[in-house]
Structure formats: C-alpha cells, structure tokens
Design a protein around this ligand. Structure first.
Ligand code: BGC
Length: 761
C-alpha cells in the first residue's frame, strides 16, 4: 500500500445546530482505461458511507467506528473492481460520534466542529484521492446518532452515479489534519446482522404501532411510504404506556444539573418519493422494540416494515439451554442485551447514554466471553481507555470519553470510581483468562500501573470526612476518599437514590475491596509477564490491604456494614480467612429479605457463584428462580426481552422506568455456563478447564457449549430419578478435570467422554 497522498476534505454544513445538521454528499468522477482491481482506503471524522457508481462499498455500518478520535482513528480498506470507463466515487458523511450528540448530556462537537473525509484509491492506472477536485453539497438529509434522521426522499437525484451533473455543487475545502492518528480496523465491524418481522401492527387513532416482539438496537426499514410528498414520523421506543401507546419517557436523560429534561431522540422524519420508495436510515441507531408511524394513511402490512438489528459482527462462541424455559428466556434476554450494547464499543444502554461505561464492561466481560468472541472488540476498547487515561492515572468513566464529560468538565470529579476505573485491570485479566493471550496484559500494563498508582495515592493521602481521631496505621490501605458510585442501584422500593447522599457517603468498604482485588490481580498479571519483582511487591501490598479491610470491615468474623454486597465481595475477592461465618451471614441476609437479593451493579454477578462455591447452591437457585421483586425472572415475567437497568422496569403507574436494555444484570447468565453447565477455565484460554455441574432448581437437563481458542467444549447432562449422566467434549490440546455431583473426579483429554453417577439429593 502506498503512502497517503489523500487530503482531508470538508464541507460547511451551515448554521444548523446539533441533531439537525445535514449529511454532506461528496463526489468525484474519474475514468480508468482498462479493467482493474483497486484498493480503497477510507476514513472520516464523522460517519461515512461510500458508494461506487451507486453501489454501497462494503458492508460496514457506522464506519469508521467509535474510537478516541484525538489519538486513534480506524481506516477501512476495500477491494474494488473497476471496469474500463467512467466511474463515480460518492460518499455520505454525517456527524456521528465525532461531531454529533453523544452521552448522557447530549453534548455535540466533542472531537471537532467540522466533519471531514479522507479517501484514497490505489491501483494500476487509477489515481483518485480526496483533494480539492472533489465536489460537495449539504444534502436534504439530516442525521444524528441520537436524534435520528430526517430525509426528503424526493431529493435523491442519482448523484452517486457517473454522468450526473454536479455543476451546481460546491468545491470542497482542504484541511490539514494529518495521518498520525490513523490505525487499521481493529475489531469486527458493525454490520446489519439480522432482520425481524413485526409481531403485530395495530392502529391507535391515526398512529400505527408496530411491535417487533424483541427489544433490539439498530433501525427500521419502511417500504410503504404513501403518495409522493407524504411526511411520516417514526418514533422508536422500548415500551408502551398502560394505554398501549409507545412512550419514550424512560429514554430521555433527566439530569437535575441541566434543569431540563432532554429529548429521547430516535425519531425519524421521512418525506415519501411515491410508490416504490423506501426508507432505511444508515447513519444512526435506536434502541427499540416498538415503532410508532405517524402520518401514513395506508395500513401497513407485515412485509412493509422490518426491524434491522445492527451491532458489531462478533463471532458467536457460546450457547446454553436447560430444562427450565424461564431460565432459557432469561439467557436469551441477556444475550439480546449484549447484542444491543455491542455497537462498536461496549455500552451501558443503546438509548439514553450509549456510552462505553467502564464499570458496565468489567461486570459483563466474563459473561460476554461465554457468548461471543470479544477479544478484539475489547482490545480495541482498552486502547481507547488507555488513550483517555488522565495524566494522574485516573481512568475516565467511559471510553471513548467525550470532552464534555471528561477531565475538563464540571463532572470530572465523578471519574475514577472503584469498580469502574478497575476495568483497566479486570478487563485485560478476564480476556487473558478467556482467550489465553498475554499480549493484552502486556499492552495494558502501563495503564494498569498508572491506575493502581493513582488509587494508591488516594488511599494513602485521603481520609473520609466522617473519620475523626488520630489516623490509624492501617488507614493508609483504606481507599475511602474520592467519589464512588459504590454498589450502585441496589433494589430500593422508592426506585430512586439521593445524589447528595451518594456524594457524601463513605464507600470505603466497596473501594477498599476493589483496591485489594485489583492489586492482587496485578500481582498475578506481573507474574504472567515475568515481572517477578513487581509480582512480589503487589502481592505484599495486596496482603496489607486485605488486613486493613479485615481490621475495618470485619467484626467477629462477620462483615460490616452488613450488606449482601459486602458479604459477596468478601467471598469473591478472598478478603476473609474463614469464609464460613460470612457465607452464613449472607444466607441470613438473603433469607431475611424473603429469599431476595439486595445487590446492585457490582456484586450481583458474584452473588450466585459465591453461594454455589461455598456449598449453598440451594440458595443460589432460590434467588435465580425467584419471581417476585427484585429478581431476574420477575423481569422476564413482566415481559422483558432484554435486561433492565433497575430491578423494577416500570413505576407504580405502569410507565416504563429507566433503561430497559442494560446488560449488567444479565451477567447472572455466566452462572448458567460456569456452574450449571459447569464449564470453567482453569488455565488461560481453556488449555485446561474443569467441568463441574452444579445441580439444583429442579433442573433435569442442561447443555453448555463454548468455542475456545483450541476448539469446542461441550457439557451436556441429564438427571433422571436415579442417575446423573454427563457427556463432556474436550478439544485437541486441552485437558479437563470433570467433577461429578457425587464428588467423583476424572481427568480427561481430547474426545467425547461419558460419565454417570448416582443421583444425589
Ligand atoms: C449508566 C451506567 C453507569 C452508571 C454509573 C448510569 O447512568 O447508565 O450503567 O455505570 O451511570 O454509575
């Protein structure tokens, strides 16, 4: 591939504000004298779609993807076959993440105030690259990732084809933006993955309401737009009002500091070009199960409207099914939540914030790795996380990090919370465990060191305001200063929290636990990387933090503050010498809550595992199969097809409450893979693994499959009146330890193996 000779080209889109800015059309006509194959390299500050002679180039959506644009911008490469003759290279360019609205605050212009295109076609006998010879216009089409799109289809005039007269267009402007930030495509691109037909279409007054039966992320395609000039409005939503109308009430950010409720967005307006015209937005995504179509007299039929599911095209690697249909439905909902939140980066939700929240991904990444190959997807995100790390080592709340919510924003103090910033260590470690490649550890090592350095400084120098009296020696190992989300969103009947209270609270229990956890992981990581001295130093520090945590938060062997979350962390992060009293305490807390969980964001993924691993699978299954609030199956019974952000998805009046598509609580399904099917990594990348199914919940059958770097692992079991039967498949190059419910242990290598045991009750 030759050097870059292309220049960055731009076109002024006029005064329109964020959310309503026009898409730019760029075109360049050229000729080749014989049939050739050429390579197109293309990227943009914004979102581009390229066309050769009117035909879409490639199948990437939302290209060039979302990265920390100030330091990293992906370039896509496509092979193009050009026949001798005239051609036209045409590009649509919209604001995308670069200049459009992003994040909770809907800030625009986060990486720049002007979109730009860079493209170069290399081949024998072709010399086309973006430069001042290109023509541009502002289209009769506006697009914003959050707001949605507005297009007059009558304005589509064949501009992407050779021979089109662009004499009324304007010459482009050329800008110096350099090539230093350019990197190749690093992860599977976003694509149109699947199409869903409507489950129902009905009228509510003049409005038509389409239910796709599944909450998804992507967009809709409408192939019946009425007579030429008809103006339609398409509103996308996750839920209905009790009266059956679509509502966006749960999607709009409501931030006290802003004083106004921001619009939810995801509304498209389209003007029909007459029979045969159809509309499919390609510059923005929406989170939705329902679509409301206003302005169309014709009755829509099933073939007229389609939901297009759009996300990163990750290879599926893991499956689970069992004899309990409601657990299968929960599993499906969690998978769909991940699919809805894997749009080039791992996001919290596909609607309200669409942000690469650190905490959410560290919570979910081990589960995601039981479902999809997320190695490259996460490695790309980690590079953005590292690129956005602050000079003092703080890890921003999300990656990429829009300026308006980052280091120089009024909310800067909210970055670097325990359990969120720790993603810098936990995510690379989980990737190493799942895929076995230490490169991700090596690459993230400097970021991890700087993060733990920052935490250490905060722990050693800070002290929570509520502490009085002389400073005790162990306090230098307590991380009880700075802002922390803490356990975050524990079930509360009021359904809300007091922000002032959150700011003032001492979250030292949670933060110190994470300080210990991350330090211990760092010691293990250092050992993997052959950094023996650092491994020993971090092990020592981890030990001191553990002692300090015990001194402060353990009374007579029991945890205080006595919350389920603190007990869970004590067990999951190996904070106590004697787990038995803490297990007992946790069970008591659960039973006192009527067999209900009381964990929020951080501890929920570990809740069932610690119970099962400490001999209380019975309690784990009771929580898993609980149906009253707060519970996973309660969500499913109320019709959730993706996981809700809160344990309650509707308020007392029946209106949807907060996001209906947050994967974090879906992390529970790793319990199905890891404990019910029993597939667990022992050595990184499943070179060695164990299969140790945990019985319970009245399950009579379960099956887990996982494609690992060495091949497919399968665990299938059946429980009859008297017998337990298990079949385990081990890929070549791997070994497994199989542990049967009766305690029997077997070592196995490549092949399919069958085991039976008598039923244990
Ligand atoms: C997001 C999260 C995130 C949290 C921080 C929310 O608004 O949606 O999922 O982790 O803020 O506590």
């Amino acid at each position: 591939m030759g050097e870059w000779r292309a220049e960055w080209i731009t076109h002024d889109t006029g005064p329109a504000g964020p959310g309503r800015r026009p898409v730019v059309h760029f075109r360049r006509q050229f000729a080749v004298s014989r049939d050739i194959r050429a390579t197109l390299r293309i990227t943009a500050h914004g979102i581009y779609q390229g066309f050769l002679d009117g035909v879409r180039i490639g199948d990437h959506e939302l290209a060039p993807g979302y990265t920390e644009y100030g330091s990293r911008l992906q370039v896509q490469e496509f092979a193009l076959d050009l026949h001798a003759g005239e051609h036209c290279l045409a590009v649509e360019l919209s604001d995308g993440w670069y200049r459009g609205q992003v994040g909770l605050y809907r800030h625009a212009d986060q990486w720049g105030t002007q979109t730009a295109l860079l493209a170069q076609l290399d081949g024998d006998g072709v010399d086309v690259a973006t430069d001042k010879a290109w023509q541009a216009r502002a289209a009769d089409h506006t697009a914003d990732l959050i707001a949605g799109e507005c297009i007059d289809l009558r304005s589509l005039d064949g501009w992407q084809h050779p021979g089109y007269d662009d004499s009324g267009w304007e010459p482009v402007a050329v800008e110096q933006r350099g090539y230093e930030t350019l990197v190749p495509q690093e992860a599977p691109p976003v694509r149109r993955i699947e199409e869903l037909a409507p489950r129902s279409i009905r009228r509510l007054g003049d409005r038509q309401i389409i239910d796709f039966g599944q909450n998804v992320a992507g967009w809709t395609r409408l192939a019946r737009l009425g007579p030429r000039g008809t103006e339609l409005t398409l509103t996308h939503a996750e839920a209905l009002t009790p009266e059956g109308d679509v509502t966006q009430v749960n999607l709009a950010p409501d931030i006290p500091a802003l004083g106004v409720k921001l619009p939810a967005g995801q509304v498209d307006t389209v003007i029909s070009a007459g029979p045969g015209s159809s509309f499919e937005p390609r510059h923005s995504t929406r989170g939705f199960r329902y679509l409301a179509v206003d302005g169309l007299d014709d009755d829509l039929e099933a073939q007229d409207v389609t939901a297009v599911v759009v996300h990163s095209d990750l290879p599926r690697t893991g499956w689970f099914t069992c004899s309990d249909p409601s657990l299968n439905a929960l599993h499906e909902a969690a998978v769909w939540s991940f699919r809805g939140n894997a749009i080039d980066i791992p996001t919290d939700c596909p609607v309200r914030e669409r942000a690469g929240w650190t905490g959410d991904w560290q919570i979910f990444v081990p589960t995601a790795a039981y479902l999809y190959d997320v190695a490259d997807f996460s490695a790309k995100w980690l590079r953005d996380l590292a690129a956005g790390q602050w000079p003092d080592g703080t890890i921003g709340n999300f990656a990429p990090m829009p300026r308006g919510e980052g280091r120089e924003s009024p909310g800067a103090f909210m970055n670097g919370s325990a359990g969120w910033g720790d993603a810098a260590i936990i995510v690379p470690w989980e990737l190493y465990r799942a895929y076995g490649d230490p490169a991700v550890l090596e690459e993230s090592w400097p970021m991890m060191l700087r993060w733990i350095g920052r935490v250490r400084e905060l722990a050693e120098t800070g002290r929570h305001a509520s502490r009085t009296g002389p400073v005790q020696p162990h306090e230098r190992y307590l991380w009880d200063s700075g802002f922390h989300f803490g356990e975050w969103l524990v079930p509360e009947p009021s359904g809300d929290f007091d922000f002032g209270e959150l700011m003032a609270a001492d979250k030292g229990d949670t933060a110190t636990a994470y300080y210990r956890h991350s330090t211990r992981l760092l010691s293990q990581i250092a050992a993997v990387l052959g950094r023996e001295e650092q491994a020993a130093a971090f092990a020592e520090l981890a030990q001191r933090i553990r002692s300090a945590w015990q001194r402060e938060y353990l009374v007579d062997g029991r945890v205080q503050p006595a919350t389920q979350a603190n007990c869970v962390r004590a067990l999951a992060f190996d904070l106590v010498d004697d787990p038995a009293p803490v297990v007992q305490q946790l069970v008591e807390l659960i039973e006192a809550a009527g067999d209900h969980l009381a964990t929020g964001f951080l501890a929920t993924p570990y809740l069932l595992p610690v119970l099962a691993e400490h001999g209380r699978a019975d309690v784990a299954f009771r929580l898993l199969q609980q149906r009253s609030w707060p519970s996973w199956l309660g969500m499913i019974e109320q019709g959730a097809t993706t996981m809700w952000e809160r344990w309650e998805g509707y308020d007392a009046s029946g209106m949807p409450f907060e996001s209906h598509n947050h994967y974090s609580k879906g992390a529970v399904i790793s319990f199905l893979h890891r404990h019910v099917a029993g597939i667990r990594p022992v050595e990184p990348g499943y070179r060695r693994f164990s299969v140790q199914p945990v019985m319970g919940g009245g399950l009579g059958h379960a099956e887990g499959r996982l494609v690992t770097p060495l091949g497919e692992i399968v665990s299938v079991w059946e429980l009859s009146e008297s017998r337990f039967e298990l079949s385990v498949t081990v890929p070549a190059g791997a070994t497994a330890e199989v542990v049967l419910p009766d305690g029997g242990r077997h070592e196995v290598a490549e092949g399919r193996h069958f085991f039976t045991a008598s039923r244990q009750n």
